[in-house]
Write a protein that binds this ligand. Structure first.
Ligand SMILES: [Fe+2]
Ligand SMILES: [Fe+2]
Length: 202
């Protein structure tokens, strides 16, 4: 369901490298979940004029924090350390492009863009968790397979939620969808440029 908006598919070879370097991927992934929670809270705090967003974004932040703690459990069980957050070129470039493409944008347009970028990041996570879950199953890593399969379903739900909130705020489904597709083209370029390292988004 969630891959429909993505304009570039991840090379399945990425998942093989990710399983080979699962320790590195888990550390990167933990930071992604924490950033997803922080980003949902930051959007909630800046949506005072759109009160309908506050509760769903707060609930989203709670779910992302629960994901963070599950990956943190995994990291600790493996004797790894969380360490400092890695440079996140993927999200930074996506959000930067979204903002600069709309430098004269209103607060509402910027919020719609932020929600749509969030939706795309969730869709990409969902796509990659699916590939990773499949590669883990092939290698007989059943526990890790189940973890990623469950997270994949959860991120698909987050994609649907953020897209819906963007449409609600935009008040125009066709316009929000058109903007989602513009941003998806940008996301595809970023993903294709840096998307094959042992990290969730590249
Ligand atoms: Fe998550
Ligand atoms: Fe998510």
């Amino acid at each position: 369901v969630c891959v429909f908006c993505l304009a570039h598919r991840t090379d399945p070879a990425w998942a093989e490298r990710a399983v080979d370097e699962l320790d590195r991927v888990l550390v990167d992934h933990a930071h992604c979940e924490m950033k997803a929670a922080a980003s949902a809270l930051s959007l909630a705090a800046r949506s005072v004029w759109a009160p309908a967003l506050v509760r769903p974004l707060s609930e989203l932040a709670r779910e992302e924090l629960a994901h963070f703690e599950r990956i943190l459990d995994e990291i600790e069980a493996r004797g790894l350390e969380l360490g400092a957050p890695p440079v996140d070129d993927y999200a930074a470039r996506l959000l930067q492009t979204a903002k600069s493409a709309k430098s004269a944008a209103t607060g509402k347009e910027r919020l719609v863009d932020r929600l749509l970028c969030g939706a795309l990041i969730e869709a990409r996570s969902c796509e990659r968790f699916k590939l990773l879950a499949e590669a883990l199953a092939t290698r007989g890593m059943q526990r890790e397979h189940e973890l990623y399969r469950e997270l994949m379903a959860s991120e698909a739900g987050h994609y649907t939620l953020l897209r819906k909130l963007a449409i609600d705020i935009a008040g125009d489904e066709a316009a929000a969808q058109a903007r989602l597709e513009e941003l998806a083209a940008i996301e595809a370029e970023i993903n294709a440029t840096l998307g094959d390292g042992a990290a969730i988004h590249g």
